[in-house]
Design a protein around this ligand. Sequence first.
Ligand code: PLP
Length: 427
Amino acid sequence: MQSSFSFTKEYALEQDKSDKLASFRKKFLFPQHNGKDVIYFCGNSLGLQPASTHQYIQQELDDWAKYAVEAHFMAKNPWYSYHEMFARPLAKLTGALPDEVVAMNQLTSNIHFLFVSFYQPVSGRYKILCEGGAFPSDEYAIDSQVKFHGHNPSDAIIELYPREGEHAIRHEDVLSAIEKNKNELALIFIGGVNYYSGQVFDMKAITEAGHKAGIMVGFDLAHAIGNIKLSLHEWSVDFAVWCSYKYLNSGPGSVAGAFINERHAKNTSMPRFAGWWGHDKNNRFKMEKDFRAMPTAEGWQVSNAPVFSMAAHKAALDIFEEAGMDALSEKSKKLTGYMEYILREINSKIEIRNPNLRLEIITPKERGCQLSIVAHGLGKSLHEKLTANGVMADWREPNVIRCAPVPLYNSFEDVFRFGEIVLQILK
Ligand SMILES: *Cc1c(COP(=O)(O)O)cnc(C)c1O
Protein backbone atom coordinates (compact mmCIF):
# COMPACT_ATOMS: atom_id res chain seq x y z
CA MET A 1 0.00 0.00 0.00
CA GLN A 2 2.76 2.39 1.05
CA SER A 3 4.52 2.13 -2.27
CA SER A 4 1.41 3.29 -4.14
CA PHE A 5 1.62 6.75 -2.54
CA SER A 6 3.08 9.60 -4.50
CA PHE A 7 4.27 13.03 -3.33
CA THR A 8 2.57 14.90 -6.14
CA LYS A 9 -0.39 17.21 -6.31
CA GLU A 10 -2.05 15.08 -9.02
CA TYR A 11 -1.95 12.04 -6.76
CA ALA A 12 -3.41 13.94 -3.79
CA LEU A 13 -6.23 15.43 -5.85
CA GLU A 14 -7.02 12.02 -7.28
CA GLN A 15 -7.31 10.54 -3.79
CA ASP A 16 -9.64 13.35 -2.75
CA LYS A 17 -11.78 12.72 -5.79
CA SER A 18 -12.31 9.07 -4.93
CA ASP A 19 -12.69 9.75 -1.18
CA LYS A 20 -16.26 8.88 -0.14
CA LEU A 21 -15.92 11.19 2.87
CA ALA A 22 -14.59 14.19 0.93
CA SER A 23 -17.91 16.06 1.10
CA PHE A 24 -17.78 16.15 4.93
CA ARG A 25 -15.09 18.83 4.76
CA LYS A 26 -17.77 21.33 3.70
CA LYS A 27 -19.64 20.72 6.94
CA PHE A 28 -16.86 22.42 8.95
CA LEU A 29 -15.68 26.00 9.41
CA PHE A 30 -11.96 26.55 8.80
CA PRO A 31 -9.95 29.52 10.08
CA GLN A 32 -8.69 31.57 7.14
CA HIS A 33 -5.15 32.38 6.07
CA ASN A 34 -4.66 34.77 3.12
CA GLY A 35 -8.20 34.09 2.00
CA LYS A 36 -7.78 30.31 2.08
CA ASP A 37 -8.66 27.59 4.57
CA VAL A 38 -5.75 26.93 6.90
CA ILE A 39 -4.25 23.46 6.86
CA TYR A 40 -5.70 22.40 10.17
CA PHE A 41 -3.91 19.56 11.97
CA CYS A 42 -5.00 20.39 15.53
CA GLY A 43 -8.14 18.26 15.64
CA ASN A 44 -6.48 16.27 18.43
CA SER A 45 -6.61 19.43 20.53
CA LEU A 46 -9.76 21.27 19.45
CA GLY A 47 -11.90 19.92 16.64
CA LEU A 48 -13.29 22.36 14.07
CA GLN A 49 -16.73 23.86 14.41
CA PRO A 50 -19.45 22.18 12.36
CA ALA A 51 -21.34 24.75 10.31
CA SER A 52 -24.55 23.29 11.76
CA THR A 53 -23.63 23.95 15.40
CA HIS A 54 -25.00 27.46 15.30
CA GLN A 55 -28.45 26.24 14.30
CA TYR A 56 -28.53 23.50 16.98
CA ILE A 57 -27.74 26.02 19.71
CA GLN A 58 -30.16 28.55 18.23
CA GLN A 59 -32.93 25.96 18.55
CA GLU A 60 -32.40 25.80 22.31
CA LEU A 61 -32.21 29.60 22.62
CA ASP A 62 -35.50 29.84 20.74
CA ASP A 63 -37.17 27.19 22.88
CA TRP A 64 -35.92 28.89 26.03
CA ALA A 65 -37.42 32.19 24.81
CA LYS A 66 -40.68 30.57 23.74
CA TYR A 67 -41.34 28.14 26.58
CA ALA A 68 -39.06 29.15 29.46
CA VAL A 69 -39.35 26.56 32.24
CA GLU A 70 -41.80 24.52 30.20
CA ALA A 71 -39.07 23.83 27.64
CA HIS A 72 -37.93 21.00 29.92
CA PHE A 73 -40.86 19.11 28.44
CA MET A 74 -42.08 21.23 25.51
CA ALA A 75 -38.88 22.04 23.66
CA LYS A 76 -38.38 20.34 20.31
CA ASN A 77 -35.76 18.28 22.10
CA PRO A 78 -37.10 18.30 25.67
CA TRP A 79 -34.34 19.32 28.08
CA TYR A 80 -35.50 16.90 30.74
CA SER A 81 -34.37 13.98 28.61
CA TYR A 82 -31.87 15.82 26.38
CA HIS A 83 -28.93 13.65 27.43
CA GLU A 84 -30.79 10.50 26.41
CA MET A 85 -30.27 11.39 22.75
CA PHE A 86 -26.56 10.60 23.20
CA ALA A 87 -26.90 7.03 24.42
CA ARG A 88 -27.05 5.49 20.95
CA PRO A 89 -24.43 7.56 19.12
CA LEU A 90 -21.97 7.36 22.04
CA ALA A 91 -22.57 3.61 22.30
CA LYS A 92 -21.66 3.31 18.63
CA LEU A 93 -18.52 5.39 19.00
CA THR A 94 -17.28 3.43 22.00
CA GLY A 95 -18.56 -0.05 21.17
CA ALA A 96 -20.86 -0.11 24.18
CA LEU A 97 -24.49 -0.81 24.99
CA PRO A 98 -26.62 2.35 25.13
CA ASP A 99 -27.15 1.79 28.87
CA GLU A 100 -23.40 1.80 29.44
CA VAL A 101 -22.70 5.36 28.27
CA VAL A 102 -23.71 8.81 29.35
CA ALA A 103 -22.85 12.37 28.33
CA MET A 104 -22.10 14.33 31.48
CA ASN A 105 -19.78 16.77 33.23
CA GLN A 106 -16.20 17.40 32.10
CA LEU A 107 -13.41 14.93 31.55
CA THR A 108 -11.34 15.50 34.67
CA SER A 109 -14.50 15.70 36.80
CA ASN A 110 -15.51 12.33 35.39
CA ILE A 111 -12.13 10.85 36.28
CA HIS A 112 -12.80 11.87 39.87
CA PHE A 113 -16.41 10.67 39.89
CA LEU A 114 -15.49 7.28 38.48
CA PHE A 115 -12.49 6.85 40.75
CA VAL A 116 -14.94 7.16 43.63
CA SER A 117 -16.56 4.01 42.28
CA PHE A 118 -13.63 2.14 40.79
CA TYR A 119 -10.64 3.01 42.94
CA GLN A 120 -11.46 1.20 46.14
CA PRO A 121 -8.13 0.63 47.84
CA VAL A 122 -8.05 -2.01 50.56
CA SER A 123 -5.10 -2.89 52.73
CA GLY A 124 -2.39 -4.43 50.60
CA ARG A 125 -4.21 -3.67 47.33
CA TYR A 126 -4.13 0.08 46.79
CA LYS A 127 -1.85 0.84 43.87
CA ILE A 128 -2.67 2.39 40.49
CA LEU A 129 -0.84 1.59 37.27
CA CYS A 130 -0.75 4.44 34.72
CA GLU A 131 1.38 5.98 31.98
CA GLY A 132 4.41 7.97 33.05
CA GLY A 133 4.07 11.47 31.64
CA ALA A 134 0.30 11.16 31.30
CA PHE A 135 -1.71 14.28 30.51
CA PRO A 136 -1.11 16.57 33.51
CA SER A 137 -4.77 16.76 34.50
CA ASP A 138 -4.89 12.96 34.77
CA GLU A 139 -1.70 13.00 36.85
CA TYR A 140 -3.16 15.58 39.21
CA ALA A 141 -6.42 13.66 39.48
CA ILE A 142 -4.72 10.33 40.17
CA ASP A 143 -2.29 11.88 42.63
CA SER A 144 -5.06 13.62 44.57
CA GLN A 145 -7.24 10.50 44.63
CA VAL A 146 -4.38 8.48 46.08
CA LYS A 147 -3.77 11.13 48.74
CA PHE A 148 -7.49 11.35 49.46
CA HIS A 149 -7.40 7.68 50.41
CA GLY A 150 -4.45 8.29 52.70
CA HIS A 151 -1.75 6.81 50.52
CA ASN A 152 1.54 8.19 49.35
CA PRO A 153 1.62 8.82 45.57
CA SER A 154 5.29 7.88 45.26
CA ASP A 155 4.45 4.47 46.65
CA ALA A 156 0.93 3.96 45.33
CA ILE A 157 1.34 5.15 41.72
CA ILE A 158 3.26 2.93 39.34
CA GLU A 159 4.16 4.66 36.09
CA LEU A 160 4.92 3.00 32.78
CA TYR A 161 7.66 4.51 30.63
CA PRO A 162 9.17 3.69 27.26
CA ARG A 163 12.53 1.96 27.45
CA GLU A 164 15.70 4.03 27.17
CA GLY A 165 15.96 5.46 23.67
CA GLU A 166 12.40 4.45 22.72
CA HIS A 167 9.27 6.57 22.42
CA ALA A 168 6.43 4.11 22.88
CA ILE A 169 5.64 1.92 25.85
CA ARG A 170 6.07 -1.72 24.89
CA HIS A 171 2.99 -3.86 25.36
CA GLU A 172 5.09 -6.58 27.00
CA ASP A 173 6.25 -4.01 29.56
CA VAL A 174 2.64 -3.15 30.41
CA LEU A 175 1.87 -6.82 30.93
CA SER A 176 4.96 -7.46 33.01
CA ALA A 177 4.20 -4.44 35.22
CA ILE A 178 0.73 -5.86 35.83
CA GLU A 179 2.18 -9.29 36.59
CA LYS A 180 4.84 -7.91 38.90
CA ASN A 181 2.37 -5.83 40.93
CA LYS A 182 -0.71 -7.98 40.56
CA ASN A 183 -1.39 -8.41 44.27
CA GLU A 184 -1.01 -4.73 45.09
CA LEU A 185 -2.81 -3.08 42.19
CA ALA A 186 -6.35 -1.87 42.79
CA LEU A 187 -6.68 -0.09 39.45
CA ILE A 188 -5.15 0.23 36.01
CA PHE A 189 -5.91 3.61 34.41
CA ILE A 190 -4.28 4.42 31.09
CA GLY A 191 -5.00 6.70 28.14
CA GLY A 192 -6.38 4.58 25.29
CA VAL A 193 -4.27 6.76 22.99
CA ASN A 194 -1.32 8.56 24.54
CA TYR A 195 -1.81 12.29 23.99
CA TYR A 196 1.87 12.96 23.38
CA SER A 197 3.16 10.08 21.28
CA GLY A 198 -0.14 9.09 19.69
CA GLN A 199 0.44 5.47 20.77
CA VAL A 200 -2.67 3.28 20.87
CA PHE A 201 -2.64 0.78 23.72
CA ASP A 202 -3.98 -2.75 23.43
CA MET A 203 -6.98 -2.10 25.63
CA LYS A 204 -8.40 -5.57 25.19
CA ALA A 205 -5.25 -7.36 26.34
CA ILE A 206 -4.61 -4.91 29.19
CA THR A 207 -8.17 -5.39 30.44
CA GLU A 208 -7.81 -9.15 30.24
CA ALA A 209 -4.52 -9.14 32.12
CA GLY A 210 -5.93 -6.82 34.77
CA HIS A 211 -9.04 -8.87 35.30
CA LYS A 212 -7.06 -12.08 35.60
CA ALA A 213 -5.37 -10.51 38.60
CA GLY A 214 -8.58 -9.06 40.06
CA ILE A 215 -7.74 -5.46 39.14
CA MET A 216 -10.25 -2.85 37.89
CA VAL A 217 -9.38 -1.42 34.47
CA GLY A 218 -10.35 2.00 33.14
CA PHE A 219 -9.24 4.16 30.22
CA ASP A 220 -9.04 7.85 29.44
CA LEU A 221 -10.28 8.05 25.85
CA ALA A 222 -9.72 11.79 25.30
CA HIS A 223 -7.52 11.06 22.27
CA ALA A 224 -9.24 7.84 21.28
CA ILE A 225 -12.94 8.62 20.88
CA GLY A 226 -13.77 9.63 17.33
CA ASN A 227 -10.21 8.71 16.35
CA ILE A 228 -10.01 4.92 16.57
CA LYS A 229 -12.57 2.14 16.69
CA LEU A 230 -13.43 1.05 20.20
CA SER A 231 -15.18 -2.06 21.58
CA LEU A 232 -15.37 -1.29 25.28
CA HIS A 233 -18.17 -3.75 26.00
CA GLU A 234 -16.57 -6.63 24.14
CA TRP A 235 -13.20 -5.88 25.77
CA SER A 236 -14.98 -6.00 29.11
CA VAL A 237 -13.46 -2.67 30.22
CA ASP A 238 -14.77 -1.59 33.63
CA PHE A 239 -15.07 2.12 32.93
CA ALA A 240 -13.88 4.87 30.60
CA VAL A 241 -14.06 8.63 30.31
CA TRP A 242 -13.54 11.12 27.48
CA CYS A 243 -14.00 14.71 26.39
CA SER A 244 -15.91 15.84 23.33
CA TYR A 245 -14.00 18.86 22.07
CA LYS A 246 -11.05 17.06 20.45
CA TYR A 247 -11.91 14.58 17.68
CA LEU A 248 -15.61 14.90 18.50
CA ASN A 249 -15.77 18.58 17.47
CA SER A 250 -18.31 19.54 20.14
CA GLY A 251 -16.78 22.88 21.11
CA PRO A 252 -14.46 24.18 23.82
CA GLY A 253 -15.12 22.63 27.23
CA SER A 254 -18.21 20.90 25.90
CA VAL A 255 -19.96 18.10 27.76
CA ALA A 256 -17.79 15.03 28.38
CA GLY A 257 -18.82 11.39 28.67
CA ALA A 258 -18.38 8.15 30.52
CA PHE A 259 -18.72 4.41 30.03
CA ILE A 260 -19.64 2.13 32.89
CA ASN A 261 -19.76 -1.57 32.11
CA GLU A 262 -23.28 -2.90 32.62
CA ARG A 263 -22.09 -5.37 35.22
CA HIS A 264 -21.25 -2.37 37.40
CA ALA A 265 -24.02 -0.07 36.19
CA LYS A 266 -26.66 -2.61 37.21
CA ASN A 267 -25.19 -2.72 40.69
CA THR A 268 -27.09 0.20 42.16
CA SER A 269 -25.28 -0.15 45.47
CA MET A 270 -21.92 0.58 43.81
CA PRO A 271 -20.32 3.45 45.79
CA ARG A 272 -20.63 6.82 44.07
CA PHE A 273 -21.04 10.53 44.63
CA ALA A 274 -24.71 10.99 43.86
CA GLY A 275 -26.94 13.77 42.56
CA TRP A 276 -30.57 14.04 41.56
CA TRP A 277 -29.95 13.33 37.87
CA GLY A 278 -28.65 9.89 38.80
CA HIS A 279 -31.80 9.09 40.75
CA ASP A 280 -34.49 6.79 39.38
CA LYS A 281 -36.06 9.05 36.76
CA ASN A 282 -39.64 7.87 37.28
CA ASN A 283 -39.51 9.21 40.80
CA ARG A 284 -37.08 12.07 40.40
CA PHE A 285 -39.63 14.80 40.84
CA LYS A 286 -41.18 13.26 43.90
CA MET A 287 -38.16 14.83 45.52
CA GLU A 288 -37.88 12.04 48.05
CA LYS A 289 -35.02 11.80 50.47
CA ASP A 290 -33.40 8.45 49.70
CA PHE A 291 -31.23 8.19 46.60
CA ARG A 292 -32.07 5.31 44.32
CA ALA A 293 -29.56 4.99 41.50
CA MET A 294 -30.64 4.22 37.96
CA PRO A 295 -29.27 0.82 36.93
CA THR A 296 -27.46 2.32 33.93
CA ALA A 297 -24.58 4.72 33.32
CA GLU A 298 -27.13 7.49 33.91
CA GLY A 299 -26.97 6.53 37.58
CA TRP A 300 -23.63 8.39 37.74
CA GLN A 301 -25.07 11.71 36.59
CA VAL A 302 -25.19 14.37 39.25
CA SER A 303 -26.71 17.45 37.62
CA ASN A 304 -29.29 18.28 35.01
CA ALA A 305 -28.07 18.50 31.44
CA PRO A 306 -25.99 21.49 30.19
CA VAL A 307 -28.22 21.89 27.16
CA PHE A 308 -26.21 24.48 25.19
CA SER A 309 -23.03 22.44 25.16
CA MET A 310 -25.10 19.35 24.52
CA ALA A 311 -26.66 21.05 21.51
CA ALA A 312 -23.16 21.55 20.09
CA HIS A 313 -22.39 17.92 20.96
CA LYS A 314 -25.52 16.80 19.10
CA ALA A 315 -24.58 18.77 15.98
CA ALA A 316 -21.19 17.05 15.94
CA LEU A 317 -22.40 13.53 16.71
CA ASP A 318 -25.03 13.74 13.98
CA ILE A 319 -22.13 14.19 11.54
CA PHE A 320 -20.35 11.15 12.98
CA GLU A 321 -23.56 9.15 12.59
CA GLU A 322 -23.63 10.05 8.94
CA ALA A 323 -19.95 9.33 8.29
CA GLY A 324 -19.60 6.17 10.40
CA MET A 325 -16.48 5.11 12.31
CA ASP A 326 -15.72 2.27 9.85
CA ALA A 327 -15.33 4.63 6.92
CA LEU A 328 -13.51 7.21 9.06
CA SER A 329 -11.07 4.65 10.35
CA GLU A 330 -10.36 3.38 6.87
CA LYS A 331 -9.66 6.87 5.54
CA SER A 332 -7.65 7.71 8.65
CA LYS A 333 -5.20 4.87 8.03
CA LYS A 334 -4.68 5.96 4.46
CA LEU A 335 -4.44 9.70 5.16
CA THR A 336 -1.99 9.30 8.05
CA GLY A 337 -0.09 6.71 6.03
CA TYR A 338 0.20 9.34 3.32
CA MET A 339 1.59 11.89 5.76
CA GLU A 340 4.11 9.34 7.01
CA TYR A 341 5.15 8.58 3.44
CA ILE A 342 5.61 12.27 2.63
CA LEU A 343 7.72 12.86 5.74
CA ARG A 344 9.96 9.96 4.73
CA GLU A 345 10.25 11.39 1.22
CA ILE A 346 11.22 14.76 2.69
CA ASN A 347 13.83 13.08 4.89
CA SER A 348 15.41 11.38 1.92
CA LYS A 349 15.52 14.72 0.07
CA ILE A 350 16.97 16.83 2.88
CA GLU A 351 19.45 14.27 4.13
CA ILE A 352 21.41 14.72 0.95
CA ARG A 353 21.80 18.42 1.65
CA ASN A 354 22.08 18.42 5.42
CA PRO A 355 22.56 15.21 7.40
CA ASN A 356 21.80 17.02 10.68
CA LEU A 357 18.22 17.77 9.70
CA ARG A 358 15.79 14.89 10.14
CA LEU A 359 12.09 14.49 10.86
CA GLU A 360 11.64 11.50 13.15
CA ILE A 361 8.17 10.09 13.66
CA ILE A 362 7.96 8.91 17.27
CA THR A 363 4.41 7.59 16.95
CA PRO A 364 4.43 3.79 16.74
CA LYS A 365 2.53 1.70 14.19
CA GLU A 366 -0.25 1.29 16.75
CA ARG A 367 -1.80 4.68 16.18
CA GLY A 368 -4.83 6.69 15.22
CA CYS A 369 -4.50 9.72 12.95
CA GLN A 370 -1.93 11.67 14.99
CA LEU A 371 1.76 11.70 14.12
CA SER A 372 4.20 13.14 16.64
CA ILE A 373 7.31 14.33 14.88
CA VAL A 374 10.66 15.20 16.41
CA ALA A 375 12.33 17.78 14.22
CA HIS A 376 16.03 17.05 14.72
CA GLY A 377 18.26 20.02 14.08
CA LEU A 378 15.34 22.44 14.01
CA GLY A 379 14.05 24.68 16.73
CA LYS A 380 10.79 26.45 17.23
CA SER A 381 11.39 28.35 14.00
CA LEU A 382 9.96 25.40 12.07
CA HIS A 383 6.66 25.80 13.87
CA GLU A 384 6.70 29.57 13.39
CA LYS A 385 7.28 29.14 9.69
CA LEU A 386 4.53 26.56 9.42
CA THR A 387 2.13 28.98 11.08
CA ALA A 388 3.25 31.80 8.78
CA ASN A 389 2.48 29.51 5.85
CA GLY A 390 -1.04 28.71 6.98
CA VAL A 391 -0.42 25.38 8.73
CA MET A 392 -1.92 25.00 12.19
CA ALA A 393 -0.07 22.22 14.01
CA ASP A 394 0.75 21.76 17.64
CA TRP A 395 4.23 22.55 18.95
CA ARG A 396 5.74 21.15 22.13
CA GLU A 397 9.09 22.18 23.53
CA PRO A 398 11.83 21.44 22.77
CA ASN A 399 11.17 20.18 19.24
CA VAL A 400 8.05 18.05 18.79
CA ILE A 401 5.26 18.78 16.34
CA ARG A 402 1.99 16.93 16.70
CA CYS A 403 0.00 16.68 13.48
CA ALA A 404 -3.41 15.12 13.25
CA PRO A 405 -4.80 14.76 9.73
CA VAL A 406 -8.42 14.19 10.69
CA PRO A 407 -10.35 11.98 8.26
CA LEU A 408 -13.61 13.86 8.80
CA TYR A 409 -12.37 17.18 7.40
CA ASN A 410 -8.77 16.90 6.25
CA SER A 411 -7.92 16.08 2.65
CA PHE A 412 -5.05 14.43 0.86
CA GLU A 413 -4.39 17.84 -0.65
CA ASP A 414 -3.93 19.24 2.88
CA VAL A 415 -1.30 16.61 3.57
CA PHE A 416 0.40 17.22 0.23
CA ARG A 417 0.49 20.99 0.74
CA PHE A 418 1.85 20.49 4.24
CA GLY A 419 4.62 18.35 2.75
CA GLU A 420 5.42 21.02 0.18
CA ILE A 421 5.59 23.72 2.83
CA VAL A 422 7.81 21.64 5.13
CA LEU A 423 10.15 20.83 2.28
CA GLN A 424 10.33 24.49 1.31
CA ILE A 425 11.13 25.51 4.90
CA LEU A 426 13.85 22.88 5.22
CA LYS A 427 15.44 23.93 1.97
C1 PLP B 1 -7.57 16.90 26.75
C2 PLP B 1 -7.31 16.04 27.91
C3 PLP B 1 -7.73 16.39 29.21
C4 PLP B 1 -8.43 17.70 29.48
O1 PLP B 1 -9.22 17.61 30.62
P1 PLP B 1 -10.52 18.54 30.82
O2 PLP B 1 -11.09 18.05 32.09
O3 PLP B 1 -11.40 18.32 29.62
O4 PLP B 1 -10.06 19.96 30.88
C5 PLP B 1 -7.48 15.49 30.22
N1 PLP B 1 -6.84 14.32 30.00
C6 PLP B 1 -6.42 13.95 28.76
C7 PLP B 1 -5.72 12.65 28.57
C8 PLP B 1 -6.63 14.81 27.70
O5 PLP B 1 -6.18 14.46 26.49
